[in-house]
Design a protein around this ligand. Structure first.
Ligand code: FMN
Length: 206
């Protein structure tokens, strides 16, 4: 028997054994569901977690100042900590984000400063370029929003809500507006926002 055929037979036998074990032993079922991918090498059989890195969380944020950058870093850190490696977290400037990145994501976090009562031009440009290409394919996309505003933030939230309503994206958290003089608690709130999104994705809540 050729090496390839022997390996293929071994694979089928391993799947069959796994299926039998899952049916027979409830405690193995939990393990088996997680470790259903084998690879057979010289040193034996390696098992890979089937659910590993299967969800994608995209953060699209305009962070033109040190304070806003700190908020963005906190969102990313919170998401990465909560995902424990099973949610892929990526961060893009609105200028670098396009329809492909949005369509490839399972959830999105938007971030912007408020300028002249509205979202940043950068985030608006992102929406201008992605709205129609994404309209049909991203309905229901879970999203969250954080805004850094010197004194207000409502115009930005209203504008983004209007666009995301058109896209039929789903707000899964209240918008976080970090308003007024910069405060350390903003960092904590941004971290929580990122963690909430990653944890929700990981748990399959969204
Ligand atoms: C041109 C300009 C317009 C702004 N307009 C607003 C505004 O309409 N509402 C608001 O809350 N903050 C406004 N701000 C303040 C910014 O939101 C704030 O400077 C930005 O979020 C960065 O925050 P930081 O100074 O803590 O880094 C404006 C800032 C600039 C430079």
């Amino acid at each position: 028997m050729s090496g390839a055929r022997a390996q293929s037979l071994l694979w089928r036998q391993l799947y069959a054994v796994t299926a039998c074990l899952q049916a027979a032993l409830p405690q193995y079922g939990a393990i088996g569901r997680e470790f259903q991918r084998f690879s057979i090498g010289k040193n034996g059989v390696a098992f890979a977690r089937i659910g590993e890195m299967t969800k994608s969380l995209l953060i699209v944020a305009h962070a033109p100042s040190d304070n806003t950058r700190a908020l963005l870093d906190a969102v990313r850190t919170g998401a990465e900590e909560a995902s424990a490696g099973s949610v892929r977290v990526s961060v893009l400037s609105p200028f670098d984000a396009g329809p492909d990145a949005v369509r490839a994501s399972d959830a999105i976090i938007l971030g912007t400063t408020e300028n002249l009562g509205y979202m940043s031009g950068a985030l608006k440009d992102f929406f201008d370029r992605t709205y129609y290409p994404c309209l049909e394919e991203t309905q229901g996309l879970p999203y969250a929003l954080f805004v850094r505003a010197g004194h207000d933030g409502t115009g930005t939230c209203r504008a983004i809500e209007s666009i995301t309503t058109g896209l039929r994206w789903r707000a899964v958290q209240e918008p976080l507006v970090c308003r007024g003089s910069f405060a350390p608690e903003f960092i904590e709130k941004c971290r929580d926002l990122g963690a909430g999104m990653a944890a929700g994705l990981e748990a399959g809540i969204f």
